[in-house]
Design a protein around this ligand. Structure first.
Ligand SMILES: *Cc1c(COP(=O)(O)O)cnc(C)c1O
Length: 414
């Protein structure tokens, strides 16, 4: 870091503050994680200097002997990790990966079906103002009002009525397991392609604690930086029959040169996820989420769907009389980072929703286990009971810092 300090003290100073924020705060945003030092070294490597439009063995520029090796390694490791026939490791991030699937397999105006945004879906699954909603006829399914979980009978009925060309499963704010097989059966009935977007749960699937969509689904996209704990980016996996169309959609359809430094870091992350320790990590993420959910319920919180099967918890704060935005801001003052979130059938707006979303991937990476989750739940409850009391929040922030000091972040030396 010393050359950055020397050549650009302003950026170095900002980075240093962010380092402290990450090290001394409780990070509960469920899409965030801490990448390892090895992943960051590869990501910050000289591969950033290279241009390599094309694919291994079929490039447009010279000097590809090492880039080809690192991209092939990333592909081979991803194949082994998920047991898929084809992988494209070039997508810049999750949203462009989804765009590439639609671009490669659909015509503009085709009908696609995904979970409604305020029920846990992602913006790229058909939100009217996103490219997905503008380019395609998007039909949204919802969670059941009673159970706040997916109702496969209702989804089947909607699919039969709307005959989508593509059905999307996999979410951003859904705390329960997904029945891949039931989705596949519905898709077969209406002749739809199946796409699993496992951005949030890829680490749980790779670690074997959640069922994989691979035996059932045609196409699977995932970010690499959430539970998978790699660099910021994404991959697209598919059955062989879709490989050509997807590769062409990524390049030259939507992207130019791949980010080779990120590809190298993806290879490192997949290597880490193939190690037996990663299974323990994935298991602990879920154990921690269940413990935290239990603690929050004891503190009178109203959890959407009543609990969690995965890494995340969605809490409706209506019964606590605190808007999600106010809760997020109060918790920020207590050194606890999470995000305000809509809950299913939310009467409030997305900018000022009723709930908060929290998750355990990042804290589990630091080595925290069930006893620490009890403490985290107590901090949250205490902070929200006193959300207007600045001194109280500052005091909690000190306690948060003390807890965090015992669990260093990989890759951060203070
Ligand atoms: C995070 C996420 C994405 C998008 O990833 P970006 O890298 O932020 O573009 C796509 N789909 C789902 C379900 C996600 O949770």
């Amino acid at each position: 870091m010393s050359s950055l300090q020397e050549s650009d003290p302003k950026v170095a100073d900002i980075l240093n503050h962010e380092k402290h924020r990450q090290a001394y705060g409780i990070e509960l945003i469920p899409s965030e994680n801490y990448a390892s030092q090895a992943v960051m070294e590869a990501s910050g490597s000289i591969f950033t200097n290279k241009y390599s439009e094309g694919y291994p063995g079929k490039r447009y520029y010279g000097g590809q002997e090492y880039v080809d090796q690192v991209e092939q390694l990333a592909i081979d490791r991803a194949k082994e990790l998920f047991g898929v026939e084809h992988v494209n490791v070039q997508p810049y991030s999750g949203s462009p990966a989804n765009a590439a699937v639609y671009f490669g397999l659909l015509e503009y105006g085709d009908t696609i079906m995904g979970l409604k945004l305020d029920h846990g879906g992602h913006i790229t699954h058909g939100l009217p103002i996103s490219f997905s909603g503008k380019s395609f006829n998007c039909v949204a399914y919802e969670v059941d009002k009673e159970t706040e979980q997916l109702n496969m009978d209702a989804i089947r009925e909607l699919a039969i009525k709307k005959r989508p060309k593509l059905i999307i499963a996999g979410y951003t704010a859904y705390p329960r397991k997904i029945n891949w097989k039931a989705f596949k059966e519905i898709a077969d009935e209406v002749g739809a392609i199946t796409m699993a977007d496992i951005a949030h749960i890829a680490g749980l699937i790779a670690g074997g604690v959640h069922e994989s969509p691979v035996p059932y689904f045609d196409v699977i996209t995932t970010t690499t930086h959430k539970t998978l704990r790699g660099p910021r980016g994404a991959i697209i996996m598919s059955k062989k029959e879709f490989a050509k169309d997807i590769d062409r959609a990524v390049f030259p359809g939507l992207q130019g040169g791949p980010h080779d430094h990120t590809t190298a870091a993806k290879a490192v992350a997949f290597g880490e996820a193939l190690k037996p320790e990663f299974k323990d990590y994935a298991e602990q993420i879920v154990k921690n989420a269940k413990k935290l959910a239990e603690n929050l319920i004891e503190h009178g919180f109203d959890l959407v769907s009543g609990g969690t099967d995965n890494h995340l918890i969605l809490t409706d704060l209506t019964n606590k009389n605190i808007p999600g935005k106010v809760a997020q801001e109060a918790l920020d003052k207590a050194g606890i980072t999470l995000n305000k979130n809509t809950v299913p059938f939310d009467p409030r707006s997305p900018f000022d929703p009723s709930g908060i979303r929290l998750g355990t991937p990042a804290m589990t990476t630091r080595g925290m286990k069930e006893p620490e989750m009890e403490k985290v739940g107590d901090f949250i409850s205490n902070a929200l009971d006193n959300y207007t009391d600045k001194d109280k929040l500052a005091k909690i922030k000190e306690e948060v810092k003390e807890l965090c000091s015992g669990f260093p972040v990989p890759g951060i030396n203070l």
